[in-house]
Design a protein around this ligand. Structure first.
Ligand SMILES: Cc1cc2nc3c(=O)[nH]c(=O)nc-3n(C[C@H](O)[C@H](O)[C@H](O)COP(=O)(O)O)c2cc1C
Length: 190
């Protein structure tokens, strides 16, 4: 099996990262892979915002508000645990990246194609990280869709849409995942 095929087949979403730091070189290598993704009409619709600690701290009041709104319990201990969990999701990952795609209010087809291209770029980045021994988790949780997140990250909401956060770090363990059998998804037409 080629190294590329093996990289694609072994990649899994990683939910637990070790504390080992991810170097800037590793991040740059992954973004270099990202920017080589295909895009129609040369729009290069993707942007990658790598969040430092000051930026992550700006997200904390937002995730706290979201966690409180979600909590259906009056139990103070339970609420504290939820808040802790919400804060850790932002503060703990060794790398946290917001990925945006271009908005195009005049041309919904272009916007759809641009979204497809941005996902290609995101996955190039994910596979490049994996090639370097670094795992990732794509998150589309409510923090990635909140209007205050755009303000905290200085992302212009009128021209860019956050399509998710990518958390990255060295895996503590690699889950297994069953995929749909090839016979259920591949059809050779006459
Ligand atoms: C568009 C998209 C959004 C996702 N959002 C989340 C998320 O919010 N939280 C999460 O834990 N995983 C999220 N995932 C990861 C999926 O749960 C994961 O890819 C799926 O379980 C398949 O596992 P695999 O990546 O190991 O093949 C997302 C994946 C995609 C493609």
């Amino acid at each position: 099996m080629s190294k590329v095929q093996e990289n694609i087949l072994t990649r899994r979403t990683i939910f637990r990262f070790s504390d080992k730091l991810v170097s800037k070189d590793c991040i740059e290598t992954a973004i270099e892979a990202a920017r080589h993704a295909p895009c129609h009409k040369n729009t290069h619709p993707w942007k990658f915002y790598i969040m430092g600690s000051a930026t992550r701290k700006r997200l904390i009041p937002i995730v706290e508000t979201l966690a409180k709104a979600k909590a259906d319990s009056e139990d103070q201990q339970k609420l504290e645990a939820l808040l802790d969990r919400a804060r850790n999701k932002i503060l703990k990952p060794p790398v946290l990246i917001a990925i945006t795609t271009l908005i195009n209010e005049e041309d919904s087809f272009r916007e759809e194609e641009d979204y497809a291209a941005t996902v290609c770029a995101l996955h190039n980045m994910v596979l490049s990280f994996w090639d370097q021994g670094i795992g990732t988790q794509w998150s589309t949780g409510s923090i990635t869709r909140n209007k205050n997140t755009y303000l905290a990250l200085s992302i212009p909401k009128e021209s860019e849409r956050i399509i998710g956060f990518i958390k990255a770090g060295f895996p503590e363990n690699t889950p297994t995942k069953e995929k749909k059998p090839i016979d259920e998804i591949r059809f050779y037409l006459p």
